[in-house]
Structure formats: structure tokens, C-alpha cells
Design a protein around this ligand. Structure first.
Ligand code: ADP
Length: 510
């Protein structure tokens, strides 16, 4: 499939949404490129357009069809580690929805309808200013958008931390320019759009997550009523092997719903990489030695692994849950178990555990110095201690083999673990960058050997990860592409997203 004439399309976009909202200088392209990419040129956008209304989005989409120019929709495009604002297909026009910033809150029902440009900080400020007792669930780096994060299946720290699971009703511009509302929103003026997920017939909300089937212009989301209490324990564990029994202790509590948020058990580098830089600890190359690990643990007073577990709700219920958790750890070789307590009326808790957005964890990109960045490889595995240990041993060995600093965590889903392996790097270090790609690919093939797939990935690896979903020789990809062809005959929305290519571009498959 040949891409149409970009400059003719840009002129048409200018006519539709104003020249001020079309960005096509070299500087503009770089601004919308992937700032964490090993090679930003490979995914350099052709231009960017920023309509401010749904009608503007529809106009851009219709013109893109006419001119056969691919679009890459983003909300705020702060998806660092996964591609930022940049498209899979080089030369695509970024459809930047940052200007659409409407917030419609329903405080009584604990729901919100947001436009894509609403950031976590915007929504947090709105709740604070209007003294609305609802808590957000924010990701560790909270500078992105509420909608984009949910659509890409981002996660947070409260019981509402599975963000795509909180979606209730979408408004979507389809690839032809038609406008649709999902769930109860399919009925004009329904009061239930954000209250009841399914409506009538097939449910489509999840079809627009991690897909390229449409451009979401409004997203409904459930928010957590402020609880009376937020209690918990900060656990520290002394040895790498403690991962196994700790997983077997926490997993049943998560499954039963005693723990309703997703605790994340991570190693010593998590704190060090955010608070310090590597050269403060050592000048030595290669994986960090035991002496450095010991020094880091001492400075931050942490274990080999740390996990923060929280319970929420009415004080009586949160306390009862906490007791069950303490009992489950009774007699086990925990290094430290520090109680944490916030009750309504106390000074604000102030962290993502109470839905407060933060951006300081971005500092970990500076671990090596230079123009820093990171990429994550995050396969999903069963919540079983022996399998977690096996996964840990394999990945740890790969960090050693490639001379990278081990930075990983295991996050507890209700039935699964997500093993987030973070590769921190310095883009100005060609030797290191040469190792990152090879290591990423080996992490994928190693996990694939145990039949584990990744839940979300960087634009560079979408085809690779999609190819690991191999039942019936890729039946799911064929289904996705059949839907793509039906909805997007000109293949203009986000070609290549999640390994889904439109007809005519499947030869681009690597
Ligand atoms: P954030 O604003 O949180 O940084 P992004 O805007 O980077 O998130 O979105 C993450 C990914 O989700 C994008 O790369 C894109 O593939 C998809 N996405 C984001 N917003 C939309 C949207 N409004 N419609 C369709 N897909 C979207």
C-alpha cells in the first residue's frame, strides 16, 4: 500500500482545523518522536495534527482517507517506554488529542467522562478544587492522560488499578469518520452510559483497547469513592529466593479479594534508580557487584525484594483484612514488616496509593546519565512461587549475560503475575544500546519457551510480541486483521499497532 501525498494532505488538514494546529517542521517531528528510542528515526512521524473537537477529528479522519495518509492517534503521548507519541509506521501523521480536555464528573455515582487530553494531574486538580471525595488510580509516572493510559491497559496502585477494566462507555470516531457510542451510550441521552458497561449486544469497549479500530474521543471511567481507611504493610525480604514463598503467601489473598490492589514486589534497584545515579555507587562496568547491592540496600534500608501491600475501605473492614494478611505471614522469614496507616481526617497520604499523581519516578531514566531512557519487557505468568522463581532465574541470568543492571518486579493480578523487567539505558552509549535490542529479543524468546506472552510493548516490538501469540498459526492476528479490514478499508488508523496491519501493508511485516 502506498502512502498518499503528505503535503497535499497537510494543506487539507490546515483548511479543516486551522494552520495553527498542523505541525510539520523538523522540530515538530522530533517533538513527536520517541525520546526513549534507541533509534528515533525508525519511527519518525511525518507531521502532527491537533484538532480540538470531535468534529475536527472526524474532518481529519475523512481527509486522511481521501489522501491515503495514515494517522497515529495519541491522547497526551507520554507513553514513554512504549514509544511516546511516535507511530509504528514511519511517516504516519500523529493525531494529537491533547487539546480535547473536557471533564464531566458524576460525583454521586463515582464516574467520570473524560476527553483524551485530560491528564491525571488535570483530573486530580479538578477533584481537589471541587472537594469531590473520589480517588484516582494513577500510574507510577502520572504525566500522561487518563484515557490514553486506560486504552493502552496501564496500571495503578489502588483497587481500581486495572485501568482498562474501569472503562464504562466510549465515544469513538471510526476509521471512516463515523461516530459511535458504546454500551448504554448507544441510546441517545441515556443516563446509564457510565453506569452499566454492556448495553445490549456485543461489548465493544475492550475492542478499542490496544487496537487500531478507532479513535476514542470520550472515555467513561469508574472512580473509587474515598475510603475511610488506607492501611497496609511495607514488607522487605532478604534473599532472592524469598520471592517464591512470598508469591505463594500473597497470591491466595489476592485471589480471595482480601487484597484488592495489585502489590508489586520489586528489587533494590527500584529505589536506587529513582533517587540516585549509577556513578554515585560505582565506576565499574558490567552488572552491579554484591558490594554495591549491599550498599544500596543499606542506604535505603530495604531488602533484596520489597513489596507494599494495602487494604482499603471502611476502617473495620480494612483492619480485618490487615489482620488476615499479618496472619498469613506469621512465622515466615520476613526481613521487615512495617505497618502503614491512614484514616480519613489524617494529613493527606500523598502517594499513588491514594491516587495522588507523581512524576518523580521519571528520574530513573537518568540512572546511567547521558540521554537516558528505558524499555520494559513484561510477560504474564501464573501466580505460583516456583514459576516466579524460575522466571526470575532465567531473566536474572540474561541481565548478567548482557551486562545490564537487574531491575524487575512481579505485580500481583487476581490470578496472574506480571513480571516487569526494566532495561535502563543511556542512548549516548552505543555499546550499551547494541546490547539492549539483543537482550529484549532473548527475553521474549525465553519467556515464549515457557508459553508466557507480554501484555503491552514498545512500538518497535509489536510485531515480534504479536508473533508469540501463535495458537493455530496466529489465528488471533488473522481475526484482528479481518476486523481491521472491515472497519478501516483504507488502512489509515495506526497501521501496525499491536501487530495489526491493514490489507496492503502486511508485506511490511517483519
Ligand atoms: P498517555 O497520554 O497516557 O501518555 P498515549 O497518548 O501515549 O498515552 O497513549 C498510549 C497509546 O494508546 C497510544 O500510543 C495509542 O496507540 C493509544 N491511544 C491513546 N489515545 C487514544 C485514543 N484517544 N484513541 C485511540 N487510541 C489511543
Amino acid at each position: 500500500m502506498k502512502t498518499g501525498d503528505l503535503s497535499a494532505a497537510l494543506k487539507a488538514f490546515q483548511g479543516a482545523i486551522g494552520a495553527d494546529n498542523v505541525f510539520a517542521t523538523d522540530l515538530d517531528r522530533v517533538a513527536y518522536s520517541d525520546h526513549y528510542s534507541p533509534d528515533e528515526n525508525k519511527h519518525m512521524p511525518g507531521a502532527a495534527v491537533a484538532p480540538g473537537t470531535v468534529e475536527g477529528v472526524q474532518a481529519v479522519v475523512r481527509l486522511a482517507n481521501e489522501h491515503k495518509v495514515p494517522l497515529w492517534p495519541i491522547s497526551r503521548g507520554k507513553n514513554f517506554g512504549y514509544g511516546g507519541a511516535a507511530p509504528v509506521l514511519k511517516g504516519s501523521v500523529v493525531l494529537d488529542l491533547t487539546r480535547m480536555k473536557k471533564i464531566e464528573l458524576d460525583p454521586d455515582n463515582g464516574t467520570v467522562l473524560v476527553e483524551p487530553g485530560v491528564g491525571f494531574f488535570d483530573l486530580y486538580d479538578h477533584l481537589q478544587k471541587n472537594r469531590i471525595p473520589l480517588w484516582l488510580s494513577v500510574p507510577g509516572n502520572s504525566w500522561g492522560s487518563v484515557a490514553g493510559n486506560a486504552l493502552d491497559r496501564g496500571v495503578g496502585y489502588t483497587p481500581y488499578g486495572d485501568h482498562s477494566a474501569q472503562i464504562c462507555g466510549l465515544e469513538v470516531v471510526l476509521p471512516t469518520g463515523a461516530l459511535v457510542r458504546t454500551g448504554m451510550g448507544a441510546m441517545k441521552d441515556s443516563p446509564n452510559w457510565q453506569l452499566y458497561r454492556n448495553g445490549f449486544g456485543p461489548g465493544w469497549d475492550q475492542m478499542f483497547c490496544q487496537s487500531n479500530f478507532g479513535i476514542v474521543t470520550k472515555l467513561g471511567l469508574w472512580l473509587m469513592p474515598e475510603p475511610e481507611a488506607l492501611l497496609g504493610y511495607d514488607f522487605e525480604f532478604d534473599k532472592p529466593e524469598d520471592l517464591g514463598w512470598a508469591v505463594d503467601t500473597l497470591a491466595p489473598l489476592r485471589r480471595e479479594g482480601v487484597i484488592r490492589q495489585a502489590p508489586s514486589m520489586g528489587n533494590w534497584l527500584r529505589s536506587a534508580a529513582v533517587m540516585t545515579t549509577r556513578n554515585q555507587w560505582t565506576q565499574a562496568k558490567g552488572p552491579l557487584g554484591e558490594d554495591v547491592v549491599t550498599a544500596i540496600r543499606k542506604r535505603f534500608n530495604i531488602g533484596w525484594w520489597s513489596v507494599q501491600v494495602r487494604t482499603y475501605g471502611h476502617l473495620d473492614i480494612a483492619e480485618a483484612s490487615l489482620k488476615v494478611i499479618a496472619k498469613a505471614f506469621g512465622g515466615k522469614p520476613v526481613l521487615a514488616m512495617k505497618p502503614v496507616r491512614w484514616v480519613r481526617g489524617d494529613a493527606p497520604e500523598g502517594s499513588p496509593f491514594s491516587g495522588v499523581p507523581v512524576s518523580f519516578p521519571l528520574a530513573n531514566a537518568n540512572w546511567h546519565g547521558g540521554r537516558g531512557g528505558h524499555i520494559g519487557y513484561s510477560p504474564v505468568l501464573p501466580a505460583k512461587g516456583d514459576l516466579a522463581m524460575e522466571q526470575f532465574r532465567h531473566t536474572y541470568a540474561l541481565y548478567q549475560k548482557y551486562g545490564m543492571d537487574y531491575h524487575a518486579s512481579f505485580a500481583f493480578g487476581e490470578r496472574s503475575l506480571t513480571n516487569v523487567n526494566q532495561l535502563l539505558f543511556d542512548r549516548d552509549n552505543p555499546d550499551m544500546m547494541g546490547r539492549v535490542d539483543a537482550m529484549f529479543r532473548e527475553l521474549v524468546s525465553d519467556a515464549r519457551g515457557r508459553r508466557y506472552g507480554e501484555y503491552r510493548t514498545h512500538i518497535e516490538y509489536m510485531d515480534l510480541v504479536a508473533s508469540t501469540y501463535d495458537f493455530e498459526n496466529g489465528a488471533l492476528r488473522r481475526l484482528n486483521q479481518a476486523v481491521k479490514d472491515a472497519l478501516d478499508p483504507n488502512g489509515i488508523v495506526a497501521p501496525g499497532k499491536s501487530g495489526i496491519w491493514p490489507a496492503g501493508r502486511r508485506g511490511d511485516l517483519k
